[in-house]
Design a protein around this ligand. Structure first.
Ligand code: PGA
Length: 254
């Protein structure tokens, strides 16, 4: 049984004071979160330590939005896995389409980061997704297949089992235009079958596959009801505590 997993990706939003406000508002709602839903908050690097401190005593976990694959060294502006774990991070988003589009990330670089994250005790939330052009050309499955094979390359079954894959169609991110539940389910099923072929069906059945792209309180329940949609990676709607809370409630299996 896969745990429904809701992660909030704050992207480059919220300075320190604004972060405190949002975290306090979310924390006030956290007694109402179901124990059966895993909640992860991914603020910018500058707010990770305070998020960890403020969420102390709740079940809300903290994640980062990126990391470097090396342990340390002359990599100006970068953050290592060890730095993330040292402030209490348990998760890290890797290969978000904005990182791929604006910062040159590739399946290979995401794969290196995923390996380091797992070796360091972090659970990677690994993002894949096709562009509108690729969908319209009818090559969604080819694109997703190349991405999944690329980012998981060389990972052991035990590592894949505990990783999270986020299917985020690029055309649905920040556009207000979500994939329909059926469109999303079809790709989630495809990803699960692919992991089944690459590893084994028991491994595929354990992998949590989140959907991301314009998830809102209004569409969350219909998406999360699909058999292979195990959670959501939420951008815009996670910046409002009430909207994020409603999405968490929509994930409640009870
Ligand atoms: P969105 O972003 O919910 O604002 O579409 C999702 C994401 O980029 O993870």
């Amino acid at each position: 049984m896969r745990t429904k997993t809701i992660a909030g990706n704050w992207k480059m939003n919220k300075d320190s004071d604004e972060s405190v406000q949002l975290i306090i508002a979310l924390k006030a709602k956290s007694p109402g979160f179901s124990k059966d839903v895993r909640v992860i908050v991914c603020p910018p690097f500058t707010s990770l330590a305070l998020a960890k401190q403020l969420f102390e005593g709740t079940d809300v976990a903290v994640g980062a939005q990126n990391m470097h694959h090396e342990d340390e060294g002359a990599f100006t502006g970068e953050i290592s896995a060890k730095m993330l774990t040292s402030v209490g991070c348990r998760y890290v988003i890797l290969g978000h389409s904005e990182r791929r589009q604006f910062f040159g990330e590739t399946n290979e670089s995401v794969n290196r980061k995923a390996k380091k994250a797992l070796q360091s005790g972090l659970i990677p939330i690994i993002c894949v997704g096709e562009t509108l052009e690729e969908r319209e050309k009818g090559i969604t499955e080819q694109v997703i297949s190349a991405q999944v094979k690329g980012v998981l390359n060389g990972l052991a079954a035990a590592e894949v089992e505990k990783s999270i894959v986020a299917y985020e169609p690029v055309w649905a991110i920040g556009t207000g235009k979500n994939a329909t539940p059926q469109q999303a389910e079809d790709v989630h099923r495809f990803i699960r079958k692919l992991i089944g072929q690459m590893y084994s069906w028991p491994v595929a059945e354990k992998v949590v596959i989140q959907y991301g792209g314009s998830v809102k309180p209004e569409n969350a329940a219909a998406l999360l009801r699909q058999p292979d949609i195990d959670g959501a990676l939420v951008g815009g709607a996670c910046l409002k505590s009430e909207a994020f809370n409603q999405i968490i409630q929509a994930a409640n299996p009870a």
